[in-house]
Structures are given as C-alpha cells and as structure tokens.
Design a binder for this molecule. Structure first.
Ligand code: MLC
Ligand code: AMP
Length: 505
C-alpha cells in the first residue's frame, strides 16, 4: 500500500545524484540531498508528537527547506497548509483557529506575535527563515536523514489550501492525495514533461499554481527546477537560457514583454511557456508570439480543483481560450439559476467533475453543499462557454472576485474593513483594469453625513488588517453608491465609470 503521494512524487528519485533545485546564487541541490533534508524534517515533525491527519500551518518564505516541509508532510501523513507570506497576524489567526492546526511554522520575525495565538490553540510554534535557519532546522539537522514513509491511501488528505469567500470568510479546501496525484500525472503527460526538463520556478509555493502545478509536475517527471524566491525580472532574464520551461501568471508575461532585454534569442531553446490563474489577454499572447515565436499555452484551474482545462501541447493554442477539459475532467456549462445543462455555445456557469475535484471545505458542510453537488460536479463560479471546436472560453465571473497579479481578493473582505473606518458610512470595492496586475482593487467610500474621511488614516488602518495585495490602490469618496430598485449596489456601473483609472497613460 505504501504512501502514494510520497512514493510517486518523491520516492522514485531516492538516491539519485541528479540536480533537483538550482538556486539563483548558483548552488544546486540534488534529489538525494533534498530527500535527506525532507527525511530529517519528517523525523523532527514526528518528534514533536504530531500524528497523521494533523494540520501543519506554514507561513514562511520560499526556500528549499520550505519545500522540504511539504515533502516531510507527505511522508508523515500530515496535512500541509501553506499560507500566503503577505498575510497579517490578524489574518493568520483565523487560519490557525479555523484549521485547528497542531503546528504553526512561521518566520522568526513574527514568532513573538504568533506565540499567544498558537498557545491559545494549543498548537506548537516553530520557526523557519528564508536562509533555512530557525528552530525547525536546528532540530532537523540533528536527526537521521532517513524516514520510513507513514502508510496512507489515496483517499487520505494531503493538504488544505484556504480560498477566500464571497462572505469574507476564507474556506479551507481539503485536497486528498488522489486529487494531487491525478492532476500531476495528467499534466506531465499533457505538457510532455520529462527528466530533461528544467522548470524556471518564480511563483510562490503557497498556492495551487506554484505548488501543485509547477512543483508537482517537476517532481512527478523527475526533472529539475531553477528555484527563485520570487519573480525577479533580472533573475528570470539571466537564468532563462538554462531553462526549458516556465509557468507563470499573466503579469510574468507582460513584465517580460515590457523589457527590451527579453528577446527571441533568450527564449529560443525554451520548450514551453504556460500561463494561468488569471486571464491572459489575447493581445499579450500575440505580442509574445511575435517577439519569441512561442505560443503561450494557457490553462484554467482553481484551488478547489487544481487544473481543469488546458490548451493542447500539439495542436492550436487558441488565444483568449483556456483549451479543452483535461482527460478525466468532465466540464459542463449550466444555467446558473436552474443548474440545467445549456446547449453548446451558450454562456453559463462552468461546472467540473473528476478525480481532481476537492473533498469539500473543512468544517463548513453548508458551504460545501452549496458549491459541490451530490453528483460530484463543482460549481466553479466562473462563467463561460464552449465553442464549436470544443475550446472553453471564460467570459466572466459569477462570483464577486478580483484577481490581482494572480492573487484572489473577495471585495467583501475589504469592504468589511472599510465600513469600520471613522467617517465612513459604507463602501464598495471593485476590480478595475491595471497594466501590471491585470486587475487591481479600487475602494469607493460614502462618508457619514457631515464627515470627511481621512484617506491616509484609512489606508494605514487597512495596512494593519489586510495583506498588501488586498489594499485598494486608490480610495474615492462619492456622495452615494449607485443602486438598483432592489437597493443592491450596481458595481457594474462603478466598474464602467472607473475602468480607465489605471490604464490611461
Ligand atoms: C505584490 N504586490 C501586489 C501583488 N504582488 N499587489 C497586488 N497584487 C499582487 N499580485 C504588492 C507588493 O507587496 C508591493 O507592495 C507592490 O505590490 C509591488 O510589488 P512588486 O515588487 O511589483 O510585486 P512582486 O513581488 O513582483 O509580485 C508581483 C507578482 C506576484 C505578480 C510577481 O504577485 C506573484 O508572484 N503572483 C503570483 C500569484 C500566484 O501564484 N497565483 C496563483 C494562485 S493559484 P508595495 O508596498 O511595495 O507597494 C490559482 C489557481 C490557478 O489561481 O489556476 O493557478
Ligand atoms: P483560486 O481561487 O486562487 O484558485 O483562483 C481560481 C480562479 O482563477 C478561477 O476560478 C478563475 O476565475 C481564475 N482563473 C484561473 N485560471 C484562469 C485562466 N486561465 N483564465 C481566466 N481565469 C482563470
């Protein structure tokens, strides 16, 4: 029986002296060295008294050690729960409490802030910094570099990824080993990844894209990664000639195109560029091809489902579409009101079913029931249609969601903070086009009668409560919000009015 996740992603490479991670300073870590590190961490984790199924909440900078914690969780049967490094202590408190984490792993810089929260939760608190130091590695380095993986089945949970919700409360999407493995195997095949691949990895490893798409594909194919702490344009340009492939959000591609150093020569021997997490403008797709000769392969996925569709490796990669449903993934377009399937070509709600679809939201049975049908179809919240050739087009979102540089922001969460501010009667938060982030957050405020909100003070307060990427890039005060006859705020009117705010030269 073994441990399918560990065996498939990590086990097969044991003992191999082939490179796995290449770091920007030129250092290389072999598969074997990485597995030694993971085994030491696994020994440390079990030494803390953690049991299979316990949650390990992790908010640390991207590093080989951070990735080894993921491997160690797979090996020990712990549920890996990575968290955006931008989250404030207030935001982290919710995740720690909601998940009932048994271990919190954080950067040493916020250890003191998190100590009372971990203590209240009866969770252990350990640290890991970006240079690999901290209490976890101090302990792990004294451990043996060998660990017999804990027996697990494909139905066991492997990870929780929190995804924000329309009400402002984040939900923990429970992902099983089978969810991750089925997608990793499919993507390796669909995108033709092999041991010869060197993936330029500049994404964060706390979300689906950087962790379960990029990293799992590299692991499952036995290839290696150029592992950058973040998307740094200079590093990406410098190291691209050593890579064969890259995965990124659209901002990666627009930033590359905005730089004259990014030439066709630099990308010449690359095999594949993949984009996802947010819509890639057809114009970006075309400019990229004109500059490099490469057609970006766009795919579509989400936290709850991993990847659902992909443009073909061979065959036409059609700009402005997200390609075909992946093998084993069923996709239908339904009437958002009745749930009935619509005829081909009509726009409606995209629903998906397959081995990739998650197990439900942790401790939220009503939310699970509202989005995951009994027959296994997940209601994505994305609106789209399937064209006559079978390509899926995403045309909008049924959910009130902003995607900025690949990060999701639910307006409600920001509105709740703005509504609480001195002098503010109410607020509306919308997404408007942005040249770098694709979309960005705009806050509209209505003042309490006779008051003038202090914008600088409000921005400072928002900063304390919410991660930087959620902050409104601008706050505008209006006399009143446009409403329909039912009293509902007409965000479409606001979006139209401010659509050029950040894009006009
Ligand atoms: C950083 N900032 C952002 C931001 N990222 N603000 C809004 N949106 C973002 N995405 C803040 C910084 O804190 C900084 O604040 C300022 O904006 C400018 O920073 P920067 O140096 O330009 O940002 P950078 O660090 O380069 O990050 C931009 C980015 C990064 C696009 C490279 O956000 C990124 O890697 N995004 C990928 C997100 C991702 O992996 N999504 C996948 C989700 S999974 P200040 O204070 O300096 O102004 C998913 C499923 C699927 O969606 O289908 O894949
Ligand atoms: P997340 O909840 O962070 O996993 O984000 C998932 C959402 O990102 C999806 O529901 C879509 O709205 C969006 N998304 C992902 N990939 C694409 C894409 N290629 N084109 C358009 N939207 C996308």
């Amino acid at each position: 029986m073994g441990n399918p996740l560990y065996d498939r992603l990590f086990g097969i490479h044991a003992g191999k002296d082939t490179p796995f991670l290449q770091l920007p300073d030129g250092q290389t870590l072999t598969h074997a060295a990485f597995l030694d590190m993971a085994a030491r961490i696994a020994n440390a984790l079990t030494g803390y008294g953690l049991e299979p199924g316990d949650r390990v909440a992790v908010q640390v900078e991207k590093s080989p050690e951070a990735l080894a914690v993921y491997a160690a969780c797979a090996q020990t049967g712990l549920v890996f729960l990575p968290l955006n490094t931008g989250y404030t202590v207030g935001e982290l408190t919710y995740f720690i409490e909601n998940s009932g984490a048994s271990l919190v792993l954080c950067d040493p810089r916020i250890e003191a802030d998190l100590a009372p929260i971990a203590q209240a939760q009866n969770a252990r608190l350990e640290t890991l910094s970006s240079d690999g130091t901290g209490s976890l590695m101090r302990r792990a380095l004294g451990m043996l570099p060998a660990f017999e993986p804990v027996r697990r089945t494909e139905d066991d949970l492997a990870a929780f990824l929190y995804t924000s919700g329309t009400t402002g409360r984040s939900k923990g999407a429970m992902l099983s080993q089978a969810n991750l493995l089925s997608n990793a195997d499919t993507l390796v095949q669909e995108w033709r990844f092999t041991r010869a691949d060197v993936l330029l990895h500049a994404l964060p490893i706390f979300h689906t894209h950087g962790l379960f798409v990029a990293t799992n594909v590299a692991l499952a194919s036995g290839g290696s990664m150029i592992f950058l702490p973040k998307f740094d344009l200079d590093d990406v340009l410098r190291l691209m000639p050593q890579a064969t492939s890259m995965m990124g959000v659209p901002t990666f591609y627009t930033r590359l195109l905005a730089d004259d150093r990014f030439t066709g020569d630099l990308a010449q021997h690359m095999r594949l560029f993949i984009s996802g997490s947010a819509p890639l403008l057809a114009e970006t797709h075309e400019r990229f091809e004109a500059r490099t000769g490469h057609r970006i392969l766009e795919r579509y996925g989400m936290t709850e489902t991993n990847m659902n569709t992909s443009n073909p490796y061979d065959g036409e990669r059609r700009a402005g579409t997200v390609g075909f449903p992946l093998p084993d993934v069923e996709l239908k377009v339904t009437d958002p009101d009745t749930g009935d399937a619509l005829p081909q070509g009509e726009i409606g709600m995209i629903e998906v079913r397959g081995p990739n679809v998650f197990q439900g939201y942790w401790d939220m049975p009503e939310k699970t029931a509202a989005e995951l049908r009994e027959d296994g179809f997940f209601i994505t919240g994305d609106l789209g249609h399937v064209d006559a050739d079978g390509y899926v087009h995403i045309v909008g979102r049924g959910k009130d969601l902003i995607i900025s540089g690949g990060y999701n922001i639910y307006p409600k969460e920001v509105e709740l903070v703005l509504d609480d501010q001195p002098g503010v009667l109410e607020s509306a938060v919308i997404g408007v086009p942005h040249p770098d982030f694709g979309e960005t957050v705009l806050g509209i405020l209505v003042a309490e009668p006779g008051q003038t909100p202090d914008i600088a003070l409000i921005q400072a307060n928002v900063q304390k409560e919410l991660a930087r990427f959620k902050h409104p890039r601008k706050l505008i005060v209006l006399d009143e919000l446009p409403r329909n006859t039912m009293g509902k705020v007409q965000k479409n009117i606001l979006r139209d009015r401010y659509q050029d705010l950040f894009t006009q030269a």
